[in-house]
Design a protein around this ligand. Structure first.
Ligand SMILES: C[S@@+](CC[C@H](N)C(=O)[O-])C[C@H]1O[C@@H](n2cnc3c(N)ncnc32)[C@H](O)[C@@H]1O
Ligand code: SF4
Ligand code: SF4
Length: 396
C-alpha cells in the first residue's frame, strides 16, 4: 500500500511559510525520538504537536466512534455533565502564552469542536500567537460559518466523511453527507470571493466494515471539493481481551483505572477482506486526482488482514508521543494519549503547562513506556497517534 507522503512536500511548496512551520514541528518529533527519548527519557524539550479536545459534546453519533458511538464512553447525560467542566477561553489564552515559543502545531478536535462556545476567539488568539491551527470537524457547521472561517484564514480543516452518501449517512447519521458537501461548497465559494487559499481542506475517512467496499465511490465523489489531501485512516480497534490486559497493566504499572479503550471494542473491524481493501485503496491511489491520498498506517498488501483480525499484533512500535505531543482535554487535564485519556498528568487550570509536561506523573509514564515491550503498552497496538509516528515493524 502506497503512502503518497512524497506528494506532501510538493503541496507545501505552494505555501513555503506554512511548510517551514510544519517542518519545525516535524523536526521536534525527530529530535524527541533521537535525543530526548534516548538520552534523558523521563523528560523532554520538544513539543511539536498539541491536541485540544475542546468539548465532549457532539451533534452526531457515528457508530464506530470511541466517544459517542455504539460503544462510546461519553454517553448522554454523562457527556452533558462533563460539558459543565469545559475550560474557559481565558485559561486557554494563558496556556497559549506558555507554549507559543515552542511553536507547536495545534490540532483542535472534540467531540465536535464547533460546539465549544469560544472557538472563534480561541483560534484568533492562537493565530495571533503565531501557531499553525488545524481543526478536525464533522463538517456539519462549515456552511454556517464559511465566511468567518475564510476571513480568519484558518490554516487547515480535517473534515470527516466515511463514504458516499448512503454509506456515510448509515455511519454518521441521516443528512450528514449533504451537510458536509454544502460546507465544502460554501468554503470554496468564500475562498474564491475573498481570493484566499486558506483554509486548506482535506477529508479523513475512517475505514470500517460498513464502508470499505464503498471507498472508491467516495473518492470519485470528492473531485469537486478542491481538497488538499484525503486521509484513509484504517481505524482504531480493540477487543475485550486487550482491554482486560491493558486494565491490569495500567493498574499495576501506573496505578490507573482505564475507561476509554473499551469504546474502541466495536467489532467494526470484523470481516474486512484485506485483499479486497488493498485492491480498492490501490485503485484510489492510482486515480488521476490532484490531491494526495494518504493511508494511515500504510501497510504491505498481505498485512491488512493482520491489522483487522489480529488486534494484538503491532504494526508500529516505540511510541514517541510522550516526548513531543500532548492532548489538553475539555476539562483542562493534560494527557499524552488523545484517545485514551485515563492518565491525567495535571491540569492547566492549576499549573503551568511545562511543569505538568515534565512533572512527576509525566516522567513516570515515559519511563514505564520506554521499558515496555516494543515501547508500547498492551492497549497501544492500534493507537492512531502511534500509527502516525511509530516505528514500522519489519515486513509491515
Ligand atoms: C472523534 S472525531 C472528533 C472530531 C469531529 N467530531 C469529527 O468527527 O471529525 C476525530 C476523528 O476520529 C475519527 N474516528 C471516529 N471513530 C474512530 C475509530 N474507531 N477509529 C479511528 N478514528 C475514528 C473520526 O471519524 C474523526 O475523523
Ligand atoms: S462527529 Fe466525531 S465526535 Fe461526533 S460521533 Fe462522529 S466521530 Fe465521534
Ligand atoms: S501508543 Fe500508547 S502511549 Fe503512545 S499515544 Fe498511543 S496510547 Fe498513548
Amino acid at each position: 500500500m502506497k503512502t503518497n507522503f512524497s506528494v506532501v512536500p510538493r503541496l507545501l511548496k505552494k505555501d513555503p511559510i506554512l511548510a517551514k512551520r510544519l517542518s519545525k514541528a516535524f523536526l521536534a518529533q525527530r529530535k524527541a525520538m533521537a535525543i530526548d527519548r534516548v538520552f534523558h527519557p523521563s523528560t523532554t524539550d520538544e513539543l511539536g504537536l498539541i491536541y485540544f479536545r475542546l468539548t465532549p459534546l457532539c451533534n452526531l453519533r457515528c457508530v464506530m466512534c470511541g466517544q459517542r458511538g455504539d460503544k462510546g464512553v461519553l454517553k448522554g447525560s454523562f457527556a452533558a455533565n462533563e460539558a459543565e467542566k469545559i475550560v474557559p477561553l481565558e485559561d486557554y489564552k494563558r496556556l497559549v502564552d506558555q507554549i507559543k515559543d515552542k511553536r507547536p502545531v495545534v490540532y483542535l478536535w472534540g467531540g465536535e469542536p464547533f460546539m465549544y462556545p469560544d472557538l472563534f476567539p480561541l483560534i484568533d488568539y492562537m493565530m495571533e500567537a503565531g501557531l499553525v491551527v488545524s481543526v478536525n470537524t464533522n463538517g456539519t457547521y462549515l456552511e454556517k460559518f464559511a465566511k468567518e472561517i475564510v476571513e480568519r484564514k484558518w490554516h487547515a480543516l480535517f473534515v470527516s466523511l466515511d463514504g458516499f452518501e448512503e454509506t456515510n449517512d448509515r455511519i454518521r447519521g441521516a443528512g450528514s453527507y449533504k451537510r458536509v458537501v454544502a460546507g465544502f461548497e460554501a468554503i470554496n465559494r468564500e475562498k474564491e470571493r475573498q481570493g484566499s487559499h486558506y483554509p486548506y481542506m482535506g477529508v479523513v475517512t475512517t475505514v470500517n466494515n460498513l464502508n470499505y467496499k464503498d471507498l472508491y465511490s467516495l473518492a470519485e465523489a470528492t473531485r469537486p471539493f478542491k481538497l488538499a489531501w484525503h486521509i484513509y485512516n484504517l481505524g482504531t480497534y480493540t477487543n475485550d481481551a486487550i482491554v482486560d490486559e491493558q486494565r491490569a497493566f495500567m493498574k499495576r504499572e501506573l496505578d490507573t483505572d482505564i475507561t476509554c479503550l473499551q469504546g474502541y471494542a466495536t467489532g467494526y473491524n470484523d470481516d474486512i477482506d484485506g485483499k479486497e481493501l488493498y485492491d480498492i485503496l490501490s485503485r484510489i491511489h492510482d486515480m488521476d486526482i490532484d490531491h494526495p491520498i494518504i493511508t494511515v498506517p500504510a501497510l504491505a498488501p498481505d498485512k491488512i488482514d493482520v491489522y483487522y483480525s489480529k488486534l494484538d499484533e503491532p504494526v508500529r512500535t516505540h511510541c514517541i508521543v510522550p516526548w513531543c505531543q500532548a492532548n489538553i482535554d475539555y476539562n483542562g487535564d493534560v494527557h499524552f494519549c488523545a484517545d485514551y485519556n485515563d492518565y491525567p498528568l495535571g491540569n492547566i487550570r492549576e499549573k503551568p503547562f511545562f511543569e505538568i509536561f515534565n512533572g512527576e506523573r509525566a516522567q513516570k509514564f515515559r519511563l514505564a513506556l520506554k521499558r515496555s515491550k516494543n515501547g508500547l503498552f498492551p492497549g497501544c497496538v492500534r493507537c492512531y497517534q502511534n500509527m502516525l509516528c511509530g516505528k514500522r515493524v519489519n515486513g509491515f
